[in-house]
Design a protein around this ligand. Sequence first.
Ligand SMILES: Nc1ncnc2c1ncn2[C@@H]1O[C@H](COP(=O)(O)OP(=O)(O)OP(=O)(O)O)[C@@H](O)[C@H]1O
Ligand SMILES: [Mg+2]
Length: 330
Amino acid sequence: MIPDTPHTPDTFDVSGVPAVLRVQDLVVAYGQHRAVDGVGFRIAPGESYAVVGESGCGKTTLARTVLGLLRPAAGEVALEGVRLDQARGRDLRALRQRVQIVFQNPFAALNPRMTVARLVDEPLRLAQPDLTAAARAEAVSALLTSVGLADRFLGRRPHELSGGQCQRVAIARALAMDPVLLVLDEPTSALDVSVQAQVLNLLADLRQHRGLAYLLISHDLGVVRRLADRIGVMRAGRLVEEGPTQQVLHEPAADYTRALIAAVPGRGRAALMGGPEAGDEAGSGAAGGPAPGDGARADPSAKPAPAPASGAAAVPASELSAPSSIGSSQ
Ligand SMILES: Nc1ncnc2c1ncn2[C@@H]1O[C@H](COP(=O)(O)OP(=O)(O)OP(=O)(O)O)[C@@H](O)[C@H]1O
Ligand SMILES: [Mg+2]
């Protein structure tokens, strides 16, 4: 389904495998305001890359551009070597299937009128239109199993589920599209503390078993420590530091990164600084590092919510096919 656009040589790593995501010199602006200003990074197949930074630094703008929902003012976004920023129409829709997003608020992301069975069946129909109804029912059941939900949930609607269960359904919907990259925008921050660790464990398992790559966006350095191989630290639209997770957390190069870590309250920070195994001591499968919601949030200067849309180069609605519109079916 990937459009037949030639790969350019620089999309390949030394291994000859194209990066799942390559972002280069990216600029995304709302009017005059450059919310993303010259960002570049790569995510290898199966890699989990976290973008951290304070509120308003441009994380969600970056995510929406990677999803093909916003057009960059300059720079490149390539998925498996194919330029997303240049794609249009059917090519763009096909590329967008390869990237799926899991939103912060699972209730808002699911149509309250649909049963779990329909919610998972819907993207499956788009991804595999040739499947028979019986094969789809089997696939829906398998997807739910893979996110830890039994068949008895099939007939339930979102209001009959807990937040964690809703997030599992949202993850199953994303997986139904068979993506190579999952964008996780604060995937656990709206959940009860008690279920955050379970959802993090699920995300860690899914990556391992499916070879998925993640672009993780989070304020919570505990979540990042648990899920990310590498971290990019973003400030005011720019990446100020990038490196392996342990290195960035233990030997931050930028003053700004040090400030983010220093802003994490004591207990959370102590857990954050534990060795690579330190978080796994909780035998119940609790997340590594500080328990999410345990105060490891890196947001020294939270700002008010962003202003309403004002002229960012949004992709026309006609370009936005249902496959990735997990959040828009309410
Ligand atoms: N639709 C929009 N129209 C105009 N400005 C916007 C819009 N969305 C975001 N911005 C501005 O762009 C900048 C980056 O916003 P963005 O939502 O990407 O930040 P963020 O890092 O995701 O923040 P948070 O951690 O609070 O979610 C902010 O200054 C914000 O006010
Ligand atoms: Mg955001």
